[in-house]
Write a protein that binds this ligand. Structure first.
Ligand code: NAP
Length: 259
């Protein structure tokens, strides 16, 4: 569907005068901002979380937790709860739920709006190598590399095969299985500041940073720190999500939903 056709579709069911029943697929700060603003506008908003984090920040409006059971489960939920709008505000690397949202919205016959924060772009003077997958990122690391690994739990196993490298693995929640001796666990929660990122990279003698192209401000300081220190960045590109009306700011999402 073209963006214009999709916009028409989104606008079809009425504006701010008629409260909408909206399901937000969340798990991001922007999803919480959207929920807060839509609730303040008087809409009936439910946020859905996968249930990955043990103590999630509660969004405004209603909250449901856990998977739906694939496309069929999500479509059934949309119908059963009479949802009028589906908003995919998941993380750019939550590719499966984003693809499911496209198919389920189509199956349930409701418009889908996707909020996706802009991707990071390589600044002049930065040493980036873009790869498609965590496996590819793990395979391009040279032997003896000192790696700051910031790609989360998914794909961790691929890096832990590289016992010829040393990893500083930064995670928000501990991994399910203990890390091997050549990896150091760092439990931290964003936002991260530039001075701290530089100090960390120097202390751990980092020469490679592996990152997903998540975009956003909260974790961007590592890129500038790596650029300043001449550290090579292995950047994992975003997955494909499928067609939907897509916006890249919370303001644009509110506008698309309510105009
Ligand atoms: P994913 O691989 O795209 O999804 C895997 C499965 O998790 C989906 O098929 C779905 O299960 C369930 N799921 C995912 N998001 C859901 C949601 N918002 N509500 C209900 N079920 C959901 O997703 P992921 O990468 O594991 O991410 C899970 C959640 O963490 C997302 O909500 C995302 O916004 C958040 N998050 C992810 C990352 C990341 O780097 N991937 C970073 C920060 C936050 P069913 O098929 O059973 O419906």
């Amino acid at each position: 569907m073209s963006a214009e056709a999709a916009k028409g579709n989104v606008a079809r069911k009425g504006g701010m005068d008629s409260p909408m029943k909206i399901l937000i697929l969340g798990g991001t700060a922007e999803a919480r901002q959207l929920a807060e603003r839509l609730v303040a506008l008087g809409h009936d908003v439910t946020t859905s979380l996968a249930g990955r984090t043990s103590r999630p920040i509660r969004p405004a409006g209603a909250l449901r937790m856990g998977g739906f059971g694939g496309v069929a489960g999500l479509a059934a939920y949309l119908r059963a709860h009479n949802i009028g709008r589906l908003v995919d505000a998941t993380h750019p690397f939550a590719g499966l739920i984003s693809r499911n949202a496209v198919a389920a919205a189509q199956e349930a016959g409701i418009p889908l709006l996707r909020y996706m924060r802009p991707a990071w772009e390589q600044p002049p003077g930065a040493d980036w190598l873009t790869v498609e997958t965590a496996h590819e990122a793990a395979s391009v690391l040279p032997p003896e590399a000192h790696v700051l690994l910031t790609t989360g739990h998914a794909g961790l196993a691929a890096f832990m095969q590289r016992d010829d490298c040393h990893f500083t693995v930064r995670l928000i929640e501990p991994p399910e299985t203990a890390l091997p001796a050549f990896a150091t666990l760092l439990l931290q929660r964003p936002p991260y500041g530039l001075a701290d990122e530089i100090e960390l990279m120097q202390r751990e003698r980092i020469d490679h940073l592996v990152s997903k192209n998540s975009g956003g401000e909260q974790t961007a300081a590592k890129l500038e720190a790596a650029r300043q220190l001449g550290i090579k960045i292995i950047m994992i590109a975003r997955p494909a999500y499928g067609p939907a009306l897509e916006v890249s700011s919370v303001d644009a999402a509110i506008e698309a939903l309510t105009s």
